[in-house]
Design a protein around this ligand. Structure first.
Ligand code: NDP
Length: 336
């Protein structure tokens, strides 16, 4: 019933049972409403930032006590919206509940390719996939032979960055928090190298080991101390895609206190660009043209981490902040 303070805990979320379920939209409601049955829900780090009321935040804070809103995959049961009809499969912003009335559906897309696993639309074929595509290709403009580093490399976005980097002819190294993830990056996802950042005493030294000649592209998923360690290791004219800063989300006020060595941006002529994937959804059709053949031809490997049932959703979301997830974390509410 309150905004969240500090580290997100399972007990910050409660599961409510509703007595009646009406599988038709109620009479007299909005003309744009869509009633959906939720199938898969996406656990995304930014959701934590909506649990605290912040001034000048891009996202509106969740209203305490109301269902969490987030990306998911759903089936339309009833619709008064001209773009959706009963039976459609959709992905976009829905609620963390079994059934949701989405009114108006501001971010909701009809799934055109139902021959793909539907869960993919919470990840590789949805918002995180788009973020990887935009953040790597549009923002970093990779060139053959360049050296790429990606943090949170075994997560939803990170696993794709490593593979995009290899497809672009780059050398790529990823960091993650366990041996299991490091092995996965090297042996299954095709990274050239990977290391467990938790085991490194000196991050600067670790980066020098893997990038003796410096980093051309840093895909930043974590911010904080890792970003500080990366900056001195960037090459002149390097690019940093500021995709996310998960190390800060449990205490966003901390950001003001992190004294990043940003003067290096000047002396190394670096280009660091943040982006919000929602601003690039117009590129979704182009992205699908590129990603679908890569998946179908087996040129991209995609790893998912399923939590079964809404009752396990809080633990799944909390787990993102201690690296429990291997690959894309999502919640199965119903399979059809
Ligand atoms: P992931 O699947 O990568 O899950 C989060 C991972 O972050 C964890 O598994 C953990 O992996 C790592 N992590 C957690 N806490 C810390 C910490 N304190 N320091 C370092 N690493 C930590 O999540 P996503 O792929 O969905 O998201 C990755 C990033 O991209 C996030 O910052 C997210 O906010 C951002 N994002 C931004 C978008 C945009 O529009 N700009 C869109 C989508 C995502 P590990 O084992 O490596 O510790």
């Amino acid at each position: 019933k309150n905004y969240v303070n500090g580290v997100l805990k399972e007990s910050d979320m409660i599961l409510n049972a509703s007595a009646t379920i009406n599988l038709k939209l109620p009479e007299g409601g909005s003309n744009n409403a869509v009633l959906v049955k939720n199938l898969y829900l996406s656990c995304d780090p930014y959701m934590r930032t909506r649990m605290t009321k912040l001034e000048d935040s891009y996202f509106e804070a969740f209203a305490p006590g109301s269902p969490i809103a987030g990306y998911g995959v759903a089936k339309v049961l009833d619709s008064r919206h001209p773009k959706f009809k009963k039976g459609d499969l959709v992905w976009g912003v829905t609620g963390w509940e079994e059934y949701s009335i989405i009114s108006p559906p501001k971010i909701l897309f009809k799934i055109q390719h139902t021959d793909m696993p539907l869960s993919y639309y919470t990840g590789i074929l949805g918002m995180p996939g788009m973020a990887a595509y935009v953040g790597f290709y549009e923002i970093c403009a990779p060139k053959i032979g360049e050296c790429v580093f990606v943090s949170a490399a075994a997560g939803a976005v990170g696993q794709l960055i490593g593979q995009f980097a290899k497809l672009s002819g780059c050398y790529v190294v990823g960091s993650a928090s366990t041996k299991e993830k490091v092995d996965l990056l090297k042996n299954k996802l095709g990274f050239d190298e990977a290391f467990n950042y938790m085991e490194e005493q000196d991050m600067n030294e670790a980066l020098k080991r893997y990038f003796p000649n410096g980093i051309d592209i840093y895909f930043d998923n974590v911010g904080g101390k890792m970003l500080e360690a990366v900056l001195p290791n960037m090459r002149t004219n390097g690019r940093i895609s500021a995709c996310g800063m998960i190390s800060q989300y449990n205490n966003l006020k901390l950001q003001a206190e992190v004294a990043c060595n940003l003067f290096l941006m000047v002396t190394k002529s670096l280009n660091m660009q943040g982006f919000m994937v929602n601003d690039y959804f117009h590129m979704y059709p182009k992205f699908m043209e590129i990603i679908m053949p890569l998946i179908k031809q087996g040129k991209i490997c995609y790893i998912e981490d399923f939590a079964e049932g809404l009752e396990n959703a809080p633990a799944a979301l909390v787990g993102l902040f201690s690296g429990k997830n291997v690959g894309k974390q999502l919640v199965v509410v119903a399979r059809e």
